[in-house]
Ligand binder design. Structure first.
Ligand code: MF3
Ligand code: CO
Ligand code: CO
Length: 251
């Protein structure tokens, strides 16, 4: 069931979205060569608490930390660790979700560490573009599959692949709720967009030809590309308005 948000929900989701966006902006100068992903986790947790919110990932279905840090061939759900130190040439996605007064804001970005090779830089830039293509496709009355179609149309020309096993999602009082938002074209997503819906668009794009991914059997979370290639991701939480999409996770 897809919840249509009322005026109050929307007001609260704007606040939660804004805080999530501020958090991602706050952490940016710390995302540098030599720091551990646990250090970034701890700074995010502290910032979130200071602003009267909760880190939604912590203990969510047993997730052990407050943010997801997904390095290089990690697609999503990477677990921050003291042993994982950022180095020159890495790409890393930081995915933050705050819960403020009962409402969630979810956003992520892939950062470049030092000198990143051209191929990886292109992947990251194009993944961000892909997210914005998806956002631009949002219009009340259109089908959800238009989002995936727009992303796929843009991404297909580069020879990359679009991850299928992880999707965007409705969001509100729940971290994850209906509907699923597919980032590739599929008639499975034949539901109409409606004013007042709020969901994320968060394409994960693999540099290699395979969209297939693997979940670590060791920690039960870390998702990596099956072929070991790099993967990038960007995420915004958006509200469907009469005109299109309002990005809620923007500062
Ligand atoms: N923030 C992720 C998303 O975009 C979800 C992380 S779930 C967690 O949906 F448990 F890993 F935190
Ligand atoms: Co999300
Ligand atoms: Co997220």
């Amino acid at each position: 069931m897809i919840y249509i948000k009322n005026e109050y929900d929307i007001k609260m989701m704007r606040k939660a979205g804004e805080l999530a966006a501020k958090l991602l902006k706050y952490i940016e100068p710390f995302v540098k060569e030599g720091v551990s992903t646990l250090y970034l986790n701890d700074l995010c947790e502290e910032f979130t608490k200071k602003h009267g919110a909760i880190s939604a990932p912590l203990n969510y279905n047993g997730f052990p930390k407050s943010i997801c840090t997904s390095l290089n061939n990690v697609v999503c759900h990477g677990i921050p660790s003291e042993k994982e130190i950022l180095k020159d040439g890495d790409i890393i996605n930081i995915d933050v979700t705050v819960k403020l007064d009962g409402y969630h804001g979810d956003t992520s970005k892939t950062y470049l560490i030092g000198n990143v090779d051209e191929e990886a830089k292109y992947l990251v830039r194009r993944t961000e573009n892909a997210m914005y293509r998806g956002i631009k496709a949002v219009k009340p009355g259109k089908y959800f599959y238009e989002i995936g179609k727009a992303i796929e149309k843009y991404i297909s020309k580069f020879g990359y692949s679009i991850v299928r096993d992880f999707v965007g999602h409705g969001i509100g009082k729940n971290f994850h709720e209906d509907p699923q938002v597919l980032h590739y074209y599929s008639l499975r997503n034949k539901i109409r967009l409606q004013e007042g819906m709020i969901f994320t668009i968060e394409p994960m794009i693999n540099l290699g030809k395979s969209y297939k991914v693997r979940v670590s059997s060791e920690d039960g979370w870390t998702v990596t590309t099956e072929d070991g290639s790099l993967s990038a991701q960007f995420e915004h939480t958006v509200l469907v308005t009469s005109k299109g999409a309002e990005i809620l996770t923007k500062v």
